[in-house]
Design a protein. Structure first.
Length: 87
């Protein structure tokens, strides 16, 4: 990983919170539980109960699409870090 990319990743913050505490494979190990958490939440939210209704049936489709977009982003970020750990 180049020094510029490492510095940019280490300096990246949202609302004053550092999102990743590592790079390379360490970052992958931080990102995968995030993906799992969002995916599990979506899975549970779309499961139908005995009445045939699901928690997310009434949710705004744009909000749900945004959650799937977040999974896609995190997966791409994990792939980036995985590739950096092989260099």
């Amino acid at each position: 990983m180049s020094p510029e990319i490492k510095k940019a990743l280490n300096d990246f913050q949202i609302n004053g919170c550092n999102r990743l505490n590592g790079t390379g494979i360490d970052a992958v190990h931080e990102i995968l539980p995030m993906i799992d958490g969002i995916a599990t939440l979506l899975e549970v939210g779309f499961r139908k109960d005995l009445d045939g209704k699901a928690l997310f049936d009434e949710y705004n489709p744009e909000l749900v699409a945004s959650a799937f977009g977040g999974i896609s982003y995190l997966a791409g970020l994990a792939k980036f870090h995985a590739e950096q750990s092989h260099k």
